[in-house]
Design a protein around this ligand. Structure first.
Ligand code: DX5
Ligand code: ZN
Length: 219
């Protein structure tokens, strides 16, 4: 079994000390940077855009996992590629022609991810799972950090794992929202490969230790 990954979400970082927090993640046992882009339309919140991501990219030394919570993401695929995104995740609910969007992301040289809102069934991905490098199961309603984990997620992880195996796909399962040391082990046991953690990491007293403990807990 391959190593489980930890992806701290910079949404919970201190934006007045962003470089400091990025260096902390660089020095930590974390695997990826999770970067949440919100447009105030798809979700009721605005996070940050291209100039901030460009600044993050200048310091971040690990995989950039960019989660787009925006409508019509196709407009910006090439921009995110130019900014150094390694994985670009779009929302199932924001894409009318998801298959085309996935091909465009890969064509721009990135891994293609699809995020599912809590109400969206895993079965919606049945016909394109082989084209998806990563499925991000939202374990909160997207838009804000610091929300509580929705328990139905465990069941969805199991369903997604079964779908991936039945189609012989190579898709990673990422969990995003309300991840803590309380649910991490159960998520990984259900089949999760990547855990995003925002508040649990950055609001803790010693974020670098929190990352190390989480990483150890699931490996
Ligand atoms: C929510 C974002 C998450 C968020 C997770 O819309 O997609 O990545 O930053 O934050 P926590 O871990 O605080 O729930
Ligand atoms: Zn996210």
């Amino acid at each position: 079994m391959s190593e489980k990954k930890i992806a701290p979400s910079l949404l919970a970082a201190d934006f007045a000390n962003l470089q400091r927090d990025i260096e902390m993640v660089n020095a930590s046992k974390a695997d990826w940077f999770h970067i949440d882009v919100m447009d105030g339309v798809f979700v009721p919140n605005i996070s940050f855009g291209m100039p901030v991501i460009e600044a993050i990219g200048r310091h971040a030394k690990k995989t950039l996992d960019v989660h787009l919570m925006i409508v019509d993401p196709d407009r910006y695929i090439n921009d995110f590629a130019a900014l150094g995104a390694d994985i670009l995740t779009v929302h199932y609910e924001a894409c009318t022609h998801l298959h085309r969007t996935l091909q465009a992301i890969k064509g721009a040289g990135m891994k293609a991810g699809v995020a599912l809102n809590p109400h969206s069934s895993v079965s919606l991905l049945k016909d394109c799972i082989q084209d998806i490098d990563l499925v991000c199961i939202m374990s909160v309603n997207p838009g804000f950090g610091g929300q509580s984990f929705i328990d139905n997620t465990f069941e969805k992880v199991g369903e997604l794992k079964a779908l991936i195996q039945s189609k012989n796909a190579n898709t990673l399962i990422e969990i995003d929202g309300g991840v803590t040391s309380k649910n991490a082990s159960e998520l990984v046991a259900a089949g999760a490969d990547v855990l995003v953690a925002g508040s649990f990491v950055f609001k803790s007293d010693h974020p670098i230790d929190t990352i190390e403990q989480l990483k150890k807990q699931v490996n």
